[in-house]
Ligand binder design. Structure first.
Ligand code: NAG
Ligand code: NAG
Length: 404
């Protein structure tokens, strides 16, 4: 999800750093956790991980979001969570003795899908896989609004500049990803994401501090995110070209940009739809049979597919990703719904998880890069490899050069 408003202060920075210094000497590791695309009877509309909060840990379903940066849990007292099925999971703060509010009323985050989280910024223990971070900075939402369905916690994996408290005169606080690095658990702010598909063999996974080499095939290509005065603050690439390949062997160009006017796209695993311009939407709809809903049994792989060509900033290499038309549909109200929408702003077009699940993605926030390979949909095992920090870490991890 893309975060768009923020009016919050940050005061917990110092507390976190004191904690961190004490444990930074231990060896780093790779933390792999499972993702599911199924929650409360809905399939394919978001990806969720289990993380837990508090002592003892209370397991929460958290929406995995590369488009925002705060980790937020719905409070058990939130009105929206008190109706049955309102919230998938909630945090009962009375049951966690170490819970400390640091900025009462400080949390106020709105997302572009019109959902909203308001409440407190606090500190408590957060568990991810086998590890736990004490005094992690979390948001606890007393007001939870999400017009699109079931409400969950959010695991924001973007840059700190995209946090709720990002105001010009305040320092950023540590995101959960940064806290994993600062506490010595992982080498750098890097993670690999494999999103599962409809009818998948294996569930998705997210690998913090490393990658899972079983989950992709073909070259893993590294592209640079934009830099502003040498600093990367956005998980964004350029989409140069989209070509559709039809079953009869013909092809059609849907987007073709001169290199100086490529469309920048948010790489947002927390968003569902692929946001495109009106003309491109019409062409995709036509290729989908003229209707944005289809019986799910007719949504089969191996007919029409799209080839997307991405490029980065400040280098000339490109990465291609083949996205099957079937990837763009998910079940909804008894049929399958096309997850492509019109972006009338026409500026930054978004690539949500319906496109991203065709690929394996490595988000490397320290180096300001995103790498992509075709996902290995037949993967039935894991091979988790640690990635060392620094510029060449990813190439070393896969034992060959990434295409830079
Ligand atoms: C999360 O935990 C629930 C309850 O223990 C379990 O049913 C579900 O499969 C877990 N999901 C993931 C993605 O691990
Ligand atoms: C957040 O920080 C970035 C600089 O890193 C700045 O460009 C942006 O405008 C800030 N956003 C808000 C909402 O303050």
């Amino acid at each position: 999800m893309q975060f768009f408003t923020a009016f919050v202060l940050c005061v917990s920075v110092l507390l976190l750093h004191i904690e961190v210094a004490a444990v930074a000497a231990t060896g780093t590791q790779v933390i792999e956790i499972a993702l599911t695309d199924t929650l409360g009877g809905e399939v394919g509309w978001a990806y969720y991980a289990n993380i837990s909060v508090g002592t003892p840990g209370q397991v929460q379903s958290a929406l995995v979001d590369t488009g925002s940066s705060d980790t937020i849990f719905p409070d058990s007292t939130a009105t929206a969570c008190r109706t049955k099925g309102g919230c998938a999971t909630t945090f009962v703060i009375e049951e966690s003795p170490d819970y400390k509010v640091v900025i009462p009323g400080g949390l106020s985050v709105g997302y572009t899908d019109h959902s909203k989280m308001e409440g407190d910024y606090s500190l408590d223990r957060v568990h991810i896989g086998d590890i736990s971070i004490t005094n992690a900075r979390i948001g606890v939402a007393k007001v939870v609004e999400d017009p699109t369905g079931i409400k969950t916690a959010i695991l924001g994996l973007g840059y700190p500049s995209n946090e709720g408290q990002n105001t010009s005169d305040q320092p950023y606080c540590s995101t959960l990803l940064q806290a994993l690095v600062e506490s010595g658990e992982i080498e750098s702010r890097l993670y690999g994401i494999y999103l599962s598909q409809r009818d998948h063999v294996q569930d998705g996974s997210i690998t913090f501090g490393g990658i899972d080499t079983e989950k992709f095939k073909g070259p893993l290509t590294t592209l640079n995110c934009p830099r502003d005065n040498g600093i990367t603050t956005k998980l964004e690439l350029k989409l140069d070209n989209v070509k559709a390949y039809l079953q009869d062997g013909s092809s059609q160009e849907l987007i073709r940009s001169a290199s100086d006017e490529s469309h920048s796209v948010d790489m947002d695993a927390g968003a569902s739809a692929w946001r495109v311009s009106e003309p491109v939407y019409r062409k995709i709809l036509m290729l989908a049979g003229g209707n944005d809903q289809r019986p799910c049994k007719e949504v089969v792989r191996g007919a029409t597919y799209f080839q997307l060509t991405f490029s980065g900033y400040g280098s000339t290499n490109t990465a291609t990703l083949n996205v099957d038309m079937a990837d763009l549909f998910s079940p909804y109200a008894g049929t399958c719904q096309l997850a492509v929408t019109v972006d009338s702003s026409g500026e930054t077009l978004g690539v949500g998880h319906h496109v991203m699940r065709a690929g394996y993605w490595v988000f490397d926030l320290d180096n300001g890069q995103i790498s992509v390979a075709q996902a290995n949909l037949e993967a039935s095992s894991s091979n988790v490899v640690k990635v060392q920090k620094g510029a060449g870490g990813l190439s070393k991890a896969i034992g060959r050069k990434t295409e830079v």
